[in-house]
Each structure stands twice: as C-alpha cells, then as structure tokens.
Design a protein around this ligand. Structure first.
Ligand SMILES: Nc1ncnc2c1ncn2[C@@H]1O[C@H](COP(=O)(O)OP(=O)(O)OP(=O)(O)O)[C@@H](O)[C@H]1O
Ligand SMILES: [Mg+2]
Length: 270
C-alpha cells in the first residue's frame, strides 16, 4: 500500500514566485491497484511521481510504502521497492550493454550476492521466457546491444527490468509518449497485462484519454498540484474519453477565467 499524507512540493524559482507543484496531496493506494494519472501540462504529475521515487524532496508531508515511512529514504533505497519506466526509451537502460547484460543489472540490483546468478544460464533462460511471453521473438535478441532495438522493444525490456523482482510499486511516467501509435499501443497493452498477471500496484501517467478511460481500476486527475478527480469501481468503468475531454475543457476554461480575473485585479491596482 502507498500512502501520501499532505504531500507538498514547492520549487523556488530565482527572481520569480515559488511554484507549488504538488499542493497537499493525500492519497491511499491499495495494494494491487492500477491507478492511471492524467492532467494538463505542468499540473504536477511527474513531480508527484518523483516525490514518491525520491528524486524530488517533499517540502512537507509524508510518504509510506509497504509499511515503511520512506519520506527520508534516499532514491537508491527506495529503488529496492519501486520499479520505474520513463518516457525516454534510453533512460532506463545502458545503451552500450546487450539486452541480457541490462537484465542482469536489474536482476542483481540490491543483491550483490546475485552476481553469479547474473551470468548464469538460469538467468538467460528466465530472461528469454519473460521477454518471449510479452513479445514473441524478442527472446532471440538477448545478445544484441540494447541500442539496436526499436523504442517500443526497448520499453518492453525496461518494463521487464523494472518488474524483475516484484516491486511494491511500479511508476510509469508517460512511458509510451515517445513511441509511434502502434508501438505505444503494444507497450501499453503489455504493461496492462503484466500489471494484471503479477498483481502489481502501479501508478501510470498518460496524456492519452483513450488509455485513461480504458485502463486501470482507478483514475486520478491532477490539476494545479491537487487531486481534482478520483474515481474507481463502476464510476471509473463508465468513464469515456469524451467525458475526460469535457473535464479538461472545463478546467482550461476555469483557468482562463482565473487568469483574466488576476489580470483585471492587477490592472485595477496599477
Ligand atoms: N526542478 C524544477 N524546478 C522548478 N520548477 C519545476 C521543476 N520541476 C517541475 N517544475 C514546475 O512544477 C510544475 C509541475 O511540473 P511537472 O513536470 O510535475 O508537471 P507534469 O504534470 O508532469 O507536466 P507534463 O504533462 O508536461 O509532463 C510546473 O510548473 C513545472 O514548471
Ligand atoms: Mg510530466
């Protein structure tokens, strides 16, 4: 289970006002939940995920994961519990290593004694089985440099690495955004199947309203660093991409009204 209690992130911007990127978010995410996170650009989605992963420090609040208070844990300490896949297919893997060598690094993470296993035949067999189950044929590429794979194939390898040891939490930040539509669809379907089969707890950020409507069992809409909408169960299943697009339109209109009101106020005080 993941618990955020009043999670707050403020960024100082030299010469300008502070940015309140995450504004007192409190959330409880049950074990095994697949949560899709949406929101406009700059609404705080990546900052929220970064604060959970430990790359962005909280300005206030606390985070608990799997019974641990991880608020003060370093990012490497949290990486033992958290798997991540990023937007850039090059971000999660080492381009100069082969597919199997990359997987070996993930298999050994936090387990120095596992280095022998990393070079063993058992790892090769297991890696081939896991890759082939997701994309038949990918297991034949184990000894090729990971840089020779397509972006979509590389994201599948990253996904296998991030979940090699079942993580307490899987964080996916727009991990299909850099892919062409067909590859994005394959990777997102593989992601959903993996989360379902291994009963992973996952937070997936996407800009695709079709993905947001069709995937996951809970949907959270972030706006200006706050949770604007949080639906699960039957209400989540009923949501359509059009419903979500209408929500976004309303938020954008409200923002424009806010901006216009702020300008009017500012002008009144000149
Ligand atoms: N390191 C930083 N320093 C200062 N401000 C930052 C930093 N990182 C993010 N911000 C600001 O915090 C706010 C939230 O940014 P964030 O990247 O979390 O948004 P996002 O919802 O992920 O957007 P996108 O959909 O474009 O990825 C934005 O105003 C952004 O400019
Ligand atoms: Mg982002």
């Amino acid at each position: 289970m993941l618990e955020l209690c009043n999670a707050t992130v403020r960024f100082a911007s030299p010469g300008g006002p502070q940015v309140l990127a995450v504004d007192g978010v409190s959330l409880t995410i049950a074990e095994g939940a697949f949560v899709v996170v949406i929101g406009t650009n700059g609404s705080g989605k990546s900052t929220l995920l970064g604060s959970v992963a430990g790359t962005v420090p909280l300005s206030a609040g606390a985070i608990h994961l799997a019974g641990h208070d991880i608020t003060a844990w370093s990012q490497p300490a949290r990486a033992r519990l958290i798997g991540r896949v990023f937007q850039d297919p090059r971000a999660g893997t080492a381009g100069s290593l082969t597919v199997l060598e990359n997987i070996a690094v993930a298999a050994c993470r936090g387990r120095p004694a596992g280095l022998r296993w990393a070079t063993s035949r058992a790892l090769r067999v297991e890696a081939a089985a896991r890759l082939g189950r997701i994309v038949p044929g990918l297991e034949a590429r184990l000894d090729q440099p990971i840089g020779s794979l397509s972006g979509g194939q590389r994201q599948i390898v990253t996904l296998v690495m991030a979940t090699w040891h079942r993580p307490e939490l899987l964080l996916l930040d727009e991990h299909t955004a850099a892919l062409d539509p067909a590859a994005a669809d394959r990777v997102v379907q593989a992601t959903a199947a993996l989360i379902r089969e291994r009963r992973l707890t996952a937070l997936m950020v996407t800009h695709s309203l079709a993905q947001a409507a069709s995937l996951g069992d809970r949907l959270i809409l972030i706006h200006r660093g706050r949770v604007e909408l949080d639906v699960s169960g039957a209400a989540k299943r009923r949501l359509t991409p059009d419903d979500l697009a209408a929500r976004f339109d309303r938020l954008r209109r409200a923002d424009q009204l806010d901006d216009a009101a702020a300008r009017t106020l500012a002008e009144a005080y000149v």
